[in-house]
Ligand binder design. Structure first.
Ligand code: ADP
Length: 311
């Protein structure tokens, strides 16, 4: 394995700064931007550029052949839920190396699916999980360990162990939420087998803090940076990122949906999969896949029960 000190432009002092700033991992370094690295590690931008370039050489990330890309795609894992319809809609469950976003009105089931995934990611691969741990970034105080207990029992998993493998991070504002991603990097680098990162809800703080048209550009810039670092975790460590998002009413809509996801194009482009959740009749929920790079659009119906998400 290549160590920081092995890179031509890195002396002992720089190596120490890089480690302190959470850039011990070569891949993490190779995928950083010079600006990010220079700010976080307190080194000049010129040095940062050189270090990143050296890390990229060490990791061999210039061109890849399509064969290599396919090999990497073979590593992609899926995390399923208890509803077959939902799993089929997204070809087996939510994917690692990708961002999946669910959006929908209040009570449509976004937090419930998040809780379910926090448990099912811990199942063995044969049973639709990834034998892994979960980070739950909670921005609206919606995380409920009691709900995890119920779902873990339904899957016949040892409750205490399941609870221990969910790392809950309460984010108090958007700046805190953004910083949390660095902590996730540290957690993974320290050897925790994180395979799923949930942010419930992604936009709550951004929406509340950046009010008015004049602050929109800044908000989108921060959001972009946040999504970029989440994507980086997904790619670098083969992790699934699951985001929940709110909707806003579109009063001027004659055709199509009267609601739309917030977050604008920045979020629209960052999410690999977008799923729209709607409330149906008699407590049923409808999930509609509205955006995916290689799956057809489609719908399924599921129910929320005390045992979790079912058909
Ligand atoms: P949101 O989209 O706002 O995150 P939630 O995921 O919190 O919505 O979904 C809330 C809904 O989940 C409630 O309306 C309720 O119908 C259902 N629900 C929550 N807990 C349970 C439970 N233990 N058993 C059955 N249904 C539940």
């Amino acid at each position: 394995m290549v160590e920081l000190e092995d890179l031509p432009s890195v002396g002992e002092k720089t190596a120490e700064k890089l480690r302190d700033a959470g850039f011990a991992d070569m891949m993490r370094l190779a995928t950083a931007t010079p600006k990010e690295l220079s700010v976080k590690a307190e080194i000049g931008e010129g040095v940062a550029e050189k270090v990143i370039e050296a890390a990229r050489k060490a990791e061999n990330i210039d061109f890849e052949t399509a064969y290599d890309v396919l090999e990497r795609r073979k590593e992609v894992g899926h995390i399923s839920v208890g509803s077959k319809g939902f799993n089929d809609l997204i070809a087996g469950g939510i994917e690692t190396q990708a961002i999946t976003e669910v959006f929908g009105e209040f009570g449509s089931g976004k937090s419930q699916i998040s809780h379910e995934l926090a448990v099912t990611v811990q199942l063995p691969v044969e049973q639709g999980g990834l034998d892994g741990e979960c980070v739950f970034v909670d921005t609206e105080n919606t995380f409920r360990p009691e709900r995890i207990e119920q779902i873990a029992n339904a899957f016949e998993l040892p409750v205490d162990e399941v609870l221990q493998k969910i790392h809950v991070a309460r984010a108090f504002n958007s700046a805190h939420q953004i910083l949390m991603v660095d902590k996730i990097n540290e957690l993974i680098q320290s050897g925790t087998n994180v395979r799923l990162v949930i942010v419930d809800s992604l936009m709550a703080h951004f929406r509340a803090e950046y009010v008015g048209r004049e602050s929109l550009a800044v908000r989108q810039q921060k959001l972009n940076q946040h999504l970029h670092s989440l994507q980086q975790i997904a790619n670098t460590y083969n992790v699934a990122v699951f985001l929940t998002n709110q909707v806003q009413a579109k009063p001027d809509s004659f055709f199509g949906s009267p609601t739309k996801a917030i977050g604008g194009h920045v979020l629209g482009h960052a999410s690999t999969y977008r799923i729209w959740l709607k409330k149906g009749l008699a407590g049923k929920r409808i999930a509609r896949l509205v955006d995916s790079p290689h799956l057809p659009e489609g719908e399924c119906v599921f129910k929320i029960t005390s045992e979790g998400i079912v058909d």
